[in-house]
Design a protein around this ligand. Structure first.
Ligand SMILES: NC(=O)c1ccc[n+]([C@@H]2O[C@H](COP(=O)([O-])OP(=O)(O)OC[C@H]3O[C@@H](n4cnc5c(N)ncnc54)[C@H](OP(=O)(O)O)[C@@H]3O)[C@@H](O)[C@H]2O)c1
Length: 244
C-alpha cells in the first residue's frame, strides 16, 4: 500500500454554502452547524424577516439572507448571483426547503402533487443549475438534497410525498453522475421521522425522533469529505427497519 497524505476533511473556513428553507427545522439546524464549521452562508427563505430573527446570533459579515420562494421560477438565479456578488464563490448547495402533502391514492389531487413537484423537485434542480458555474469553478463543489426515506421506499401514509421524493432522488443521482468529472459530489440525505414542524402530527414522541441537529452533523461531515469519498445516499432512521 502507498500511503497518500492529505487531510481527511476539506478546509471549510471561508467556503460558501447556500441553504434553502434555512429559517426553521432542519435547514436552520444545518445553517447553525455550517456556521460553526466556518462557512460563509447564503440563506434562502420566503420570509426574510423570520430568517433574520432565527439567525440573529450570526455575524452579518458571514451571512447573506436572501428571498427565495421555491414556487417562483425566477428566484434561484438572483439568489445565486447575489451570493457570488457578496462572497465571490459558491462551494456547496443544500437543497433543504420542502413540503409534504397527501391525498388518498385513488383520489389524485393534482394541485397537491403539482405543488410538491415544484418545491421538492424542480426548485432544487433550478438552484443547482444557478449555482453550477461556481460549483464547477472550485473543483470541490458539494450538493446535498434533503430527500427522505420516502425517496427510497414506500412506508409513509402519503403516496404523493413518496412520488415527489423518489423524483428528488432521481435528481440527486442524475446530478451525481453528470457532475462527477467536475469534482462535484452530490448526496441525498434520507431521514425518517424528524422532530420538526413537518411531523407535529406524528404519534411518535419528539425525543424519539431523529433531531434536526443529528442531520446537520451528517451534512457537515459529508460535504467536508474529499473528492475521493463520494457519498451517494445517507438513510437515517430512528426506528429499526429492514435494510434501512
Ligand atoms: N421532518 C421530517 O421528518 C423529514 C423527513 C424526511 C425528509 N424531510 C425533508 O427535509 C426538508 C426540511 O424539512 P423540515 O422537517 O425542516 O420541514 P419544516 O420544518 O416544515 O420546514 C420546511 C422548510 O421548507 C421551507 N419551504 C417550504 N415551502 C417553501 C417554498 N415554497 N419556498 C421556500 N421555502 C419553502 C419552509 O419555509 P417557510 O417557513 O416559509 O414555510 C421551511 O423553511 C424537507 O425537504 C423535507 O421534505 C423531513
Amino acid at each position: 500500500m502507498t500511503e497518500v497524505k492529505r487531510p481527511a476533511r476539506l478546509d471549510t473556513c471561508g467556503r460558501v454554502a447556500m441553504i434553502s428553507g434555512a429559517n426553521r427545522g432542519i435547514g436552520l439546524a444545518i445553517a447553525r452547524r455550517l456556521y460553526e464549521d466556518g462557512y460563509d452562508l447564503s440563506l434562502g427563505a420566503r420570509d426574510t424577516e423570520a430568517l433574520a430573527a432565527a439567525t440573529a446570533e450570526m455575524a452579518d459579515s458571514r451571512v447573506l439572507r436572501h428571498a427565495f420562494d421555491a414556487t417562483r421560477r425566477e428566484d434561484a438565479g438572483p439568489w445565486a448571483e447575489a451570493t457570488v456578488a457578496r462572497f465571490g464563490r459558491i462551494d456547496a448547495v443544500i437543497n433543504n426547503a420542502g413540503i409534504s402533502g397527501r391525498f388518498a391514492f385513488d383520489a389524485l389531487d393534482e394541485d397537491v402533487l403539482d405543488r410538491m413537484w415544484e418545491v421538492n423537485v424542480k426548485a432544487p434542480y433550478r438552484v443547482i443549475l444557478a449555482a453550477l458555474p461556481y460549483l464547477r469553478a472550485g473543483g470541490e463543489g458539494r450538493i446535498v438534497n434533503l430527500v427522505s426515506l420516502a425517496g427510497i421506499r414506500q412506508l409513509t401514509s402519503s403516496a404523493a410525498y413518496t412520488i415527489s421524493k423518489f423524483a428528488a432522488m432521481g435528481l440527486t443521482h442524475s446530478a451525481r453522475h453528470y457532475l462527477f468529472e467536475d469534482g462535484i459530489r452530490v448526496t441525498a440525505i434520507c431521514p425518517g421521522d424528524t422532530n420538526t414542524d413537518m411531523t407535529v402530527h406524528s404519534p411518535r414522541a419528539n425525543e424519539e425522533k431523529t433531531q434536526p441537529e443529528d442531520l446537520a452533523e451528517i451534512v457537515s461531515h459529508v460535504i467536508a469529505l474529499p473528492n475521493t469519498a463520494s457519498v451517494a445516499t445517507v438513510p437515517v432512521n430512528c426506528i429499526a427497519e429492514a435494510f434501512l
